[in-house]
Design a protein around this ligand. Sequence first.
Ligand code: GAL
Length: 705
Amino acid sequence: MMRLNRSPLTCTAACAALLCATGAPPVRAATAPVRAPSPAVRTALGRLWLGAAWYPEQWPESRWPKDLALMQAAGINVVRVGEFAWSALEPHQGDYHFGWLARAIAEAARHHIYVVIGTPTDAPPAWLTSRYPQVLRIHADGRRAEHGNRRQFSYASPLYRTFCRDIVTRLAERFGHNPDVIGWQIDNEYTNESYDAGTRRQFQLWLKRRFGTLAALNRAWTTAYWSQTYTAWNQIPLNALPGNPGLMLAHRQFVTATWLSFQRNQLRALRAHIAPRQFITTNIGGLGWSDNWDHYAITRPLDIAAWDDYVGEGQLNFYRNGAMSDFVRGWKRQDYWVMEAQPGFVDWAPVNNSLVKGGVRAMTWESIGHGADAVLFWQWRSALGGQEQYHGTLVGPDGRPEPLYREVQRIGREFKRASAAIAGTSPRSQVALLVSYDSRWAIDFQRQTRRYHQLRVLLDYYRPLENLTHAVDIVSARAPLAHYKVVFAPSLNVISRSLARHLRAYVLSGGVLVLGPRSGMKDQYDRLNVERQPGPLVPLLGGRVQQYYALDAPVAVAGAAGDGTGRIWAEALTPRSRKTRVLLRYGAGNAWLTGEPAAIERRYGHGAILYLGTILDRRLMHAFVERTLAAAGVRSPFGVLPRGIELMRRVGAGREVVILINHGAARRTVRLPYAMRDVLHRGRVLRSVRLRSEGVAVLERTSAP
Ligand code: GAL
């Protein structure tokens, strides 16, 4: 069995992203303190991993060597196992059968394949749910979840957690020092909350801890409205109905806290027994952008972040998938794993079409370019029965390779060639987009126009930023910002006083902060800020939003950044300081808006704050972003690329690797600003690259960056 070779890595991808950030002008504060990556992080992010979800419990043991030999021949070096195998691991209460898993791990090791064990708690066995039906989840409509599917447990049930702790502890004791096990995945895609009576009591207790007194809660939620005032904690409802915004926001935060304690229960069981080099993660689903709970909070205690990257219907939209990947990287501000990737097609979209030939390879390299250090396909082979028979796989029901297998085999060969160059590198950006769950929830509770989609608004900012800089971080609004030259915060609806202090400090030390529409309308309890927008940042901006309008038609906008239109949402701004400049004004067409400022700017301290009150059309948005970046001195050495070309850079320890993908239909040539070695083709030195449709190039800079 090969062993992990960690020796050449002094700075892993993790520390590159976290610690080695550059580009801060001298006036800014220093970046986060230097912290060495842990052994677990070094295991996960020290090389490239290619893998698949493998379910040995569904097949006779005699078949395993054949499957593993096919995996090895495809260059697969990691499998995830076990996450739905509880009934095979403990067929009857207290009757543990771990021998088969030990043999599966040993057989994988014989094929030079490492293992990530998924804890099996997303699918409790039938003996458990029938003997202890009180662990079953209650849907929002009051129905009880039943056996026969997965995720039928209540995430808050203390009894269910006892069973989880038991099975996880035993697995950790048995495999926590197995040299072929590199890590653990807790559960599988935390998904459904529960509305049972026990969970409701926990919600009430959680509120009591948070607010202390009912008077404080009543004040925070303005319960005088519609006679909602509570006089006892047990009166507070738990439901999924549209209700008091303060209560709804608190419920989302409670859901986060409950998944967090569900996770902590298993995290503690694992940490007590496993070797420090084994990492712990969980695979986050819901197409990445899901907002059931706060992803920053959930990933904080984990060693690495991981997500499940599916396109579903249609083809890869590289801006969207790139943005989602950057968002995932931002959860822990370090490289991450794609724990599940789409093997051509799925079985749950309206039309389960396949990615084009070459599309899986392009998507895999796109993930690597955005900071993934592992891509595992879901799944290796479909069970002959069960709910997911139609899903794409790498081998078919006859156990022979599907057409996609050869494409994956090619990725395997390429990963081998590129792993050394990429290890220890990470994307690095001078600009960031800010995200906040409280804001996402607050806007979605009260959209005011069904056309306001926060993801689309984010992508409106992301697209020009990506085109102009080829490296965008998407991070929590509370993340350290000092090393960014410009940060954009579209839809930052909830700005509390403490968040305002954080953003103000960034501007004072030389940062450029661009607030987008709907910023600063609410406080941390989802109450209206009395200053109007952007709430506690009104004094810094020297201006405010006088009135907001949901638009039924685009309005003309013009000014220093160019001419065009505003769509969907428009805020009329009022400067209140002589130093605040108007950048854009609304034109004729909507009498409320005619002549009113649509964007204003104020220089402050060493930096500046801008407020853009509408959603600009694509051309004007590009011009607006270009102007803002130019003023802040941000540019990419690669300039503007041909249409359909995506360029990603990973930097670390005196090295720079560039990944180029042609997502378009036509061949394209990209000129390079300096000589680069072609990592996938025997190290040829190139000054330009020609790429066919779905073509990929991995290039290493020949001189130190
Ligand atoms: C994921 C899930 C997997 C599998 C996959 C199919 O959400 O984690 O177990 O069901 O979807 O696309």
